[in-house]
Design a protein around this ligand. Structure first.
Ligand SMILES: Cc1cc2nc3c(=O)[nH]c(=O)nc-3n(C[C@H](O)[C@H](O)[C@H](O)COP(=O)(O)OP(=O)(O)OC[C@H]3O[C@@H](n4cnc5c(N)ncnc54)[C@H](O)[C@@H]3O)c2cc1C
Length: 291
């Protein structure tokens, strides 16, 4: 299949891209790595009349470390750049650790962090990881900018807070406090496939090894990244013993998540995976926090 005809613009700075988007609005799409958009256009599931290519905008490619340990990542940063970055590995090991789960290296060579976050595929890893990390997204238009928490950015299936004239330009990721651990778990039929179920976890312990902060965020079980809030309440203030972790994972599967069945997995199998992966993720995150 070939895409429907479209006009193509390749601005070399952000201001020009925002101007173009403001002019063409609903008729336009921005092109990042093209790993999701181009197949969608080839199948004619998307037929934008205008394509605004962000690949020539150098100001959107960066990883910056702030004095407080927070990282700022330009939206056009390739997924492979994050995978190979020592700064990311040191400051946000969960973001580093998730990369091998995303597709294949050829796709990560082109795919961008901003493209994955804006595309909002419910089976994508990065949205769940950003909610688990309490990240914030900078959205810019010709009218100015606003910051949105990752948890508030996802509002439905492939649907985000982005207005038609806005570009996601930057992702701010705080580093986890001391005595924190993380884990990323998922089951896919083959390596590189989208996950049947996946989960990102972070755990912060206090001086007495009680859980101070817990985030357990699933993918492929709803319309977007799905937080297991009852499960996390089960853990807060408690020692993360195997029994408490098992109770939390059970709560995630039976109180928090209502998975749907499809051609890839039944709802019952997904629920089973929610419990098993939740338990593994919490165990690993707690072990990392203690070490
Ligand atoms: C075979 C295959 C397997 C894959 N497997 C996985 C997987 O296992 N897990 C996973 O998470 N992903 C997977 N992907 C998707 C991949 O990670 C893509 O890179 C990603 O979803 C989209 O990123 P992109 O930079 O290519 O964006 P594009 O495809 O260029 O854009 C995607 C959408 O986001 C919009 N957009 C892009 N950037 C911005 C921005 N800065 N601001 C506003 N809107 C923007 C575009 O207009 C478009 O609507 C797979 C892709 C393929 C082809």
């Amino acid at each position: 299949m070939k895409p429907a005809p479209f006009s193509y613009f390749a601005p070399s700075d952000l201001a020009a891209a925002l101007e173009l988007l403001s002019h063409h609005g609903y008729d336009a799409k921005v092109l990042a790595g093209g790993q999701s958009l181009i197949p969608t256009m080839n199948f004619r599931l998307a037929q934008p009349q205008v394509l605004i290519d962000l690949n020539g905008i150098q100001e959107l490619f960066y990883v910056k470390e702030e004095r407080d340990g927070q990282l700022r990542i330009g939206a056009m940063t390739r997924q492979r750049t994050l995978e190979c970055s020592d700064v990311i590995a040191r400051h946000v090991p969960l973001l580093h650790g998730v990369m091998p789960f995303i597709a294949h290296v050829q796709i990560r060579n082109r795919g961008t962090i901003g493209g994955s976050l804006a595309h909002a595929d419910p089976a994508a890893e990065l949205p769940a990881v950003m909610v688990a990390l309490n990240a914030r997204f900078r959205l810019q238009s010709t009218h100015g900018e606003r910051w949105v928490n990752a948890a508030d950015f996802y509002i439905g299936l492939f649907t985000t807070e982005l207005a038609p004239d806005e570009i996601l330009t930057e992702i701010a990721v705080p580093s986890l406090p001391a005595r924190s651990g993380w884990s990323m778990q998922e089951i896919a039929r083959r390596h590189g496939d989208y996950a049947l179920v996946g989960v990102a976890a972070t755990v912060t312990l206090d001086g007495a090894d009680r859980c101070q902060d817990v985030r357990l965020v699933y993918l492929s079980v709803g319309e977007g990244p799905t937080q297991a809030l009852t499960a996390t309440r089960t853990l807060i203030g408690e020692q993360a013993t195997p029994d408490v972790i098992a109770a939390a994972a059970h709560a995630a599967a039976h109180d928090d998540i209502e998975p749907l069945g499809d051609i890839h997995a039944t709802a019952a199998y997904r629920r089973h995976l929610v419990e098993v992966l939740g338990r593994r993720a919490l165990q690993e995150a707690v072990a990392r926090a203690k070490s």
